[in-house]
Design a protein. Structure first.
Lengths: 367, 367
């Protein structure tokens, strides 16, 4: 039992700068800061999704300097001191470590939910229910991860294989974790989908702060040592200096690889029906937005005249710009002021390669 | 023998307003007035193609009031009085009749070549050679048509079936015409392509003015009577009044149907190797512009980054706008300021239907 949820915190990881939603996401406007799915930005939706579960003073945001100001504008209800700034990107293990270190100082009994800032979840009530269930399991000392029940043989996610059901009086069944698996190839993905005991790794983790700290101490002594140094200076006049100096010593490491894979007590809650998407590439918007009878989606004020067109998404444009498609199937068309993308849906993960190409050829103005 | 080509005239038919190259061609900017294939407009290329064959004073342009001014700007070398204005569109038979009437008054011995204003011809030398050959046959009294040797089973053109070779000392073989055929269905088009004795009807005709007038008198007495009335007023103060009044009495009729199909002495010159295209729809630009190794064409200053893209044409855009395609095959992408077209190449004839739809729904600003 989590006593009245007085010690539960949400930590939003918001420092990323993905390239797979180019040309809408740009260097200065990463995905989470964009109103990709309507009026709100993904970051705002993430914050809003926590309403009635966490008061704003128990929501932390870990981000980088360049994004912090915009985030404070977008979510002014979160107290200034709850924005934690990474001096430089050092991977999710470091982010988790910083948040855990800060929470441990504020509230040694705290439990935290680590949540990405740029995901979509349709069914917020179910999300709340599952988070509460996960906190309950975490209270027993487990490092808990929300596994998403796969709906397709996706090669874009890592997979988690569940083991035995946890014993105990939990409101929702949790399982031990047999293994974490890297992004599979297509054939393997088909097998994992059929197996019935694999979930997608959503990047959402729930644990007691002391439990994750114990694992960091055990498995990542280097990170642990730097965090201790930062912790000592925290709240003093030396805080920023020490943070900046120590942080740069850290290795870039994910929490999955650095902690979860070899942690002692790991649990997974298989979550189906959340209506979850990581909005990881253009084609994932087909999972999120509702298509018309022909499978087409015209969004973000775009004016679309579809002639013999199916399963095609028009994104961007403007109410003044007419986009006509004729004989087009399974396509994503993204129209912005200085760049137009026309991409076969099942190849939208390759947008990343195009952005790499633009970087390599120093086409800065399109990045 | 055409004595030194002193009585040969070119008549450019330039009043049309096609819709199949939307969104580039618009109501106020029909296809022939656009620089579709480079710096020059199709109309300018048509005029330029006549250099060294016709002096400007023997080039006539038949067009409508709305387009005349722009044409005079684009081809100032053609004398003002050589622009003939149709008071309203009444089909190619009426255009031919007006031009023949005017030429007959100027030069009773004249021969004329009727030429569309919006076609592309790669090999101008061969075009000159064939026109001269056609004038030679026309001098004998034949109504001559240039037939284009088919290079595909096109359903976009009418076909001309040739009969026996004409006897006589011609520099290039000409044939009698067995039949004119309407645009065929796909299966028939395959047969016509294989037959070896069918050409595409290019809409280019060559004849003596007295020969075409005789056929108009015989087959189109109504047109003939109106032309006579206009002819009597021509050059007098009543010219415009009579033209405007009489012209509106005319029926809309093509020269093919109204004259050629039942004319007595018709000949066809089968023309291969001209590099001809009527530039009738977006996909026909693949015949005209030179693709890269992947079959892609980026034209009109567009900046195209092609990733796993084949046989795709990018038209429009600007040097500042980047167009990225990923996994795209056989597509036409036309990017203009207020409209974007993405169209499977083999369906680009359907652009016409889209424009009809826009008309019907009174989307005037996109027409």
């Amino acid at each position: 039992m989590v006593a009245d949820y007085l010690h539960t915190y949400a930590v939003i990881m918001a420092g990323g700068g993905g390239t797979r939603l180019w040309p809408v996401s740009r260097k200065e406007k990463p995905k989470q800061l964009l109103p990709l799915l309507g009026q709100e930005t993904l970051f705002q939706s993430t914050v809003k999704r926590l309403e009635n579960l966490f008061p704003p003073e128990r929501i932390l945001v870990v981000t980088v300097e360049e994004q912090a100001q915009e985030m404070k504008l977008q979510a002014p209800e979160i107290p200034e001191e709850n924005y934690l700034i990474e001096p430089a990107p050092r991977g999710t293990a470091s982010v988790v470590g910083m948040a855990a270190m800060v929470l441990q100082k504020r509230d040694p009994k705290s439990l935290m939910a680590i949540l990405p800032s740029d995901h979509f979840i349709r069914n917020v009530d179910l999300f709340h229910y599952l988070l509460k269930a996960a906190f309950e399991v975490a209270e027993s000392g487990y490092l808990v991860t929300l596994g998403i029940t796969p709906t397709s043989p996706s090669t874009a996610y890592g997979y988690i294989q569940q083991g035995k059901v946890l014993e105990g009086e939990y409101k929702y069944p949790a399982y031990t974790v047999k293994s974490f698996k890297e992004k599979p190839d297509e054939q393997t993905a088909q097998q994992l989908l059929r197996s019935g005991d694999h979930s997608w790794n959503s990047g959402m983790f729930i644990w007691r702060v002391d439990a994750i700290m114990t694992e960091i101490d055990r498995q990542m002594p280097h990170l642990s040592a730097e965090l201790k140094a930062i912790s000592e200076a925290w709240g003093t006049s030396k805080q920023d200096d020490v943070l900046n100096k120590r942080w740069l010593n850290l290795k870039n490491e994910t929490v999955d690889y650095g902690v979860m894979e070899k942690a002692e007590r790991v649990a997974v809650l298989p979550a189906g029906g959340l209506g979850w998407s990581d909005v990881g590439m253009w084609s994932s918007l087909f999972e999120v937005l509702l298509p018309d009878m022909d499978g087409n989606i015209a969004t973000n004020s775009s004016l679309h005249l579809a002639h013999e067109t199916h399963n095609t998404m028009i994104y961007g444009g403007s109410t003044d710009r007419l986009i006509v498609t004729i004989g087009v199937d399974d396509m994503v068309i993204v129209d912005t002021g200085d760049a137009l993308l026309v991409c076969k849906s099942d190849q939208s993960q390759k947008v990343k390669e195009v952005v790499e190409h633009l970087k390599k050829h120093r086409q800065e103005k399109y990045l």
